[in-house]
Design a binder for this molecule. Structure first.
Ligand code: BGP
Length: 469
């Protein structure tokens, strides 16, 4: 079987991880510009000041994407380029930059798939409470409106937020992302609520503008599986799915929060402050979502734990999602299993976990349209005779594309696949060591670009529409 003619083969990136030019052309300072410079926060003290200099090299990069035959490119807009102080004056130079990126894509027939928020928040908003302050949510809606007006004639695919669980969880529980706060669970839930509110209000606005494109949100997809059939571990599985998946997918797709979690938050005194208007906004706009984006890298294997970890100290190392850590509430822990395969960074490789998880989503939410908005292998690529022979990446993507094909055959409504990442870029906590791209960037030679083996392989897959998979 070939993939359906309207299925998009793509690849992805995010502004902070590729652009650089952190203080050029009127861009405001972001939370990441500040956070990454605090000693010890990132691997080898790397930051996105230059990143891979995509800001100055986007034409070359998009030309390479076109050469690879990419049908769609997912990238994010840096809020602080458009509104340097978050909700003040517009910076025309920022609008100009993204106009050029979008036009460059369209010139080659590459469909731009745009994320509005991939974690780089104007620092002025962060300093005023970030996502725990409703001001940020309202400011986001205004920022989104500016983007719809500026780019909506050419951009017809919008993602509001990338991975709410990550920037809220790492920001307020693990402290590994800005604002770097540890173990503040009430603030974690408050932040997630304002994100869902901002999302719903943005969806409502987008539909009112009648731009006739599609809009959705991207979540981490982390299906949980019990390590065995013991009832206590099965309970851990349920608990993990309620907190890691349903808490995030339900408000967007069902318009309400899962009662299992709400009951427990009430008991523990962790309830967010919310108004009936905010809840109504979430409820009213759920059915207007056009799709859900899934970032899938691995499932989690869980077992019951039951430990009070409120004062546990977290570190960058324990925040990179390798198994072996307790959940934020100590109810379960993730387990590395003997019979599974793992990447160099300890992430399980499991296309089957993905396929099974997709059926779980279909069961709960119906046949909603979905895109895989990220999937890929972080590795240290082998170089042989100067060639980057990233065979493990090819294998990884091949196996996951097979799972995508199988899912489509089984009636799952999947409309596109975006490999993470189109080009080697800055990993938030792992620097440049953890590579994901089809294109290599030489940090010892003026950031020169070079095609990897996977570049040619993916080109072939796209050309043949995955028929051989
Ligand atoms: C996702 C993020 C991406 C990217 C990816 C890989 O959570 O949306 O921005 O970083 O994970 O993560 P890492 O670089 O930590 O391996």
């Amino acid at each position: 079987m070939k993939f359906p003619h309207d299925f998009l083969f793509g690849a992805a990136s995010a502004s902070y991880q590729i652009e650089g030019a952190w203080n050029e052309d009127g861009k405001g300072v972001t939370n990441w510009d500040v956070f990454s410079k605090i000693p010890g926060k990132t691997y080898n003290q790397t930051n996105g000041d230059v990143a891979i200099d995509h800001y100055h090299r986007f034409q070359e990069d998009i030309r390479l994407m076109a050469e690879m035959g990419l049908e769609s490119y997912r990238f994010s807009i840096s809020w602080a380029r458009i509104l340097p102080t978050g909700d003040g004056e517009i910076n025309e130079k920022g609008i100009e930059f993204y106009n050029r990126v979008i036009d460059e894509c369209l010139q080659y027939g590459i469909v731009p798939f745009v994320t509005l928020y991939h974690w780089d928040l104007p620092v002025t908003l962060e300093e005023d409470g970030g996502w725990t302050n409703k001001r940020t949510a309202e400011a986001f809606v205004k920022y989104a409106e500016i983007c719809f007006h500026a780019f909506g004639d050419r951009v017809k695919h919008w993602i509001t937020f990338n991975e709410t669980v990550m920037f809220c969880g790492l920001g307020y529980v693990k402290g590994a992302h800005p604002p770097g706060i540890q173990n503040d669970v009430p603030r974690y839930f408050q932040a997630t609520h304002y994100v869902f509110y901002a999302h719903a209000k943005t969806v409502q606005l987008y539909k009112q503008l009648k731009q006739y494109g599609e809009i959705g949100i991207t979540h981490v997809f982390l299906p949980a599986y019990s390590v065995d059939d013991q009832p206590s571990n099965k309970l851990a599985e349920r608990h993990a799915n309620e907190y890691e998946t349903f808490w995030f997918y339900d408000p967007v797709l069902k318009g309400e929060y899962p009662s299992y979690v709400i009951e427990q938050l009430k008991e523990k005194g962790w309830m967010p402050n919310w108004t009936s208007e905010e809840l109504e906004m979430i409820k009213q706009n759920a059915e207007k979502n056009d799709f859900i984006g899934l970032n899938y890298y691995q499932p989690i294997r869980v077992e019951r734990y039951d430990k009070d970890i409120r004062n546990e100290k977290h570190s960058r190392e324990t925040s990179t999602l390798a198994p072996g850590n307790p959940s934020f509430d100590g109810f379960y822990r993730t387990v590395r299993m003997e019979d599974k395969t793992y990447t160099k960074w300890g992430w399980e490789i499991s296309p089957k976990g993905f396929l099974d998880g997709l059926h779980m989503l279909k069961e709960r939410y119906g046949n909603i349209k979905m895109y895989v908005t990220e999937n890929g292998l972080g590795d240290e690529d082998p170089i042989i005779d100067g060639e980057i022979v990233d065979v493990p990446r090819i294998k990884y993507i091949e196996e996951h594309l097979k799972a995508v094909k199988r899912a489509i055959q089984e009636g799952i409504h999947l409309k596109g696949y975006y490999a993470w990442s189109v080009i080697d870029l800055l990993s938030w906590l792992n620097g440049y060591k953890k590579q994901y791209g089809f294109i290599f960037v030489d940090h010892n030679d003026n950031l020169k670009r070079k095609k990897k083996l996977s570049f040619h392989w993916y080109k072939h897959i796209i050309e043949t529409r995955g028929e051989e998979l």
